[in-house]
Design a protein around this ligand. Structure first.
Ligand code: CA
Length: 225
């Protein structure tokens, strides 16, 4: 999963980026409204964390422009304490949720997880496909109840696929959602990751759709079709 963080406070943005990355997200950071607006409109994100008080273009204007352009990415706004009118303006401009500054990072992480789940149409934090279970809260993956150890990139790949079961996902789409902007992206490495994840899981839930990409399918359901 890939996030955009638009926050102009350098200390806060550095700290948040580190924590979000530690929680398994690829994170792009933008320090002003104009750059943030551009990234949000041109790149693929699973959720955007948007501060409202930003230089060059304020957060509500950024959000209004995104929504006007049909960008439906979930947006969590960061608002000032006592800023109830700011919250109303942000929600009315198309924000999906908000966190009031100062906030506990755990709250932000939980809200981001919930937004990603909801956007993917998943109500439960525990995603299941056949014998494979991925817990989005603990970032733990099990097969038949047995824990599986994945690297950060392998986890990102599986997590994206588990959030979008049965969807045919191209290599490009996977690349866009598991690497941040600065990463030297090579869609060939996706194949390597898929092979490794398949091997570690030991169950055939990732199908290759020739020429199109990959699809997560429960092998049991596939048999009965
Ligand atoms: Ca600010």
């Amino acid at each position: 999963m890939r996030l955009l963080l638009v926050e102009d406070d350098p200390d806060l943005s550095r700290q948040m980026k580190a924590i979000l990355e530690g929680d398994g997200y690829a994170v792009d950071v933008s320090m002003d409204g104009e750059d943030g607006h551009f990234l949000g409109e041109t790149e693929s994100y699973d959720t955007i964390v948007l501060d409202l008080g930003l230089p060059i273009m304020d957060g509500v204007s950024v959000l209004t422009k995104w929504r006007g352009a049909g960008i439906s990415t979930p947006v969590l706004i960061l608002t000032a304490r006592d800023g109830w009118s700011e919250k109303v303006a942000g929600l009315d401009a198309g924000a999906d949720d908000y966190v009031t500054k100062p906030f506990k990072i755990e709250e932000l992480l939980a809200r981001v997880r919930a937004l990603i789940r909801r956007a993917a149409g998943q109500a439960s934090p525990e995603l299941t496909c056949g014998k494979v279970t991925l817990n989005t809260n603990s970032s733990k993956v099990t097969v038949d109840g047995m824990p599986i150890r994945l690297t950060a990139q392998e986890y990102k790949l599986l997590s994206y696929m588990m959030h979008h079961p049965e969807k045919i996902i191209s290599r490009t789409e996977l690349t866009e959602h598991i690497y941040d902007q600065d990463f030297d992206r090579d869609s060939n490495t996706i194949e390597v990751f898929v092979t490794r994840v398949r091997k570690k899981l030991g169950v055939a839930i990732i199908n290759t759709i020739r020429g199109l990409g990959y699809q997560l399918v429960d092998p049991e359901e596939q048999k009965t079709q």
